[in-house]
Design a protein around this ligand. Structure first.
Ligand SMILES: [Zn+2]
Length: 107
């Protein structure tokens, strides 16, 4: 049902999680951005300028991306530990807000 892509930018990049590699909607992902001044920040709105990398909201993906240094690689910059800490805190917040039933029990 989608019409023909117009214009030169037809290679649309899906947003993939840096952990599991799955494709998600933007709203399902957390974005981490290297701002134009080279600062690494967590960008929950997905609107900050700069080079971004995405993670879905799974702690396992965060850990995986951290272990593989996937974020540092994608952003071409060292991602400080505190970023992982804030992402982790954000995941907690999101989980608090949106888990309808106690299902956060994997493992
Ligand atoms: Zn993932």
């Amino acid at each position: 049902m989608i019409g023909t892509a117009t214009g030169p930018g037809k290679r649309r990049r899906p947003r993939t999680c840096a952990g599991c590699g799955g494709e998600f909607r933007r709203t399902e992902l957390l974005r981490i951005v290297r701002s134009p001044d080279g600062e690494i920040v967590v960008d929950p709105t997905g609107r900050a300028p700069g080079r971004g990398v995405y993670l879905c909201r799974k702690r396992s993906c965060l850990e995986l991306a951290r272990k593989r240094k996937q974020l540092s690689r994608s952003l071409r910059s060292q991602v400080p530990d505190e970023i992982f800490v804030s992402i982790s805190a954000l995941l907690d917040e999101i989980a608090d807000r949106s888990v309808p039933e106690g299902n956060g029990h994997e493992r």
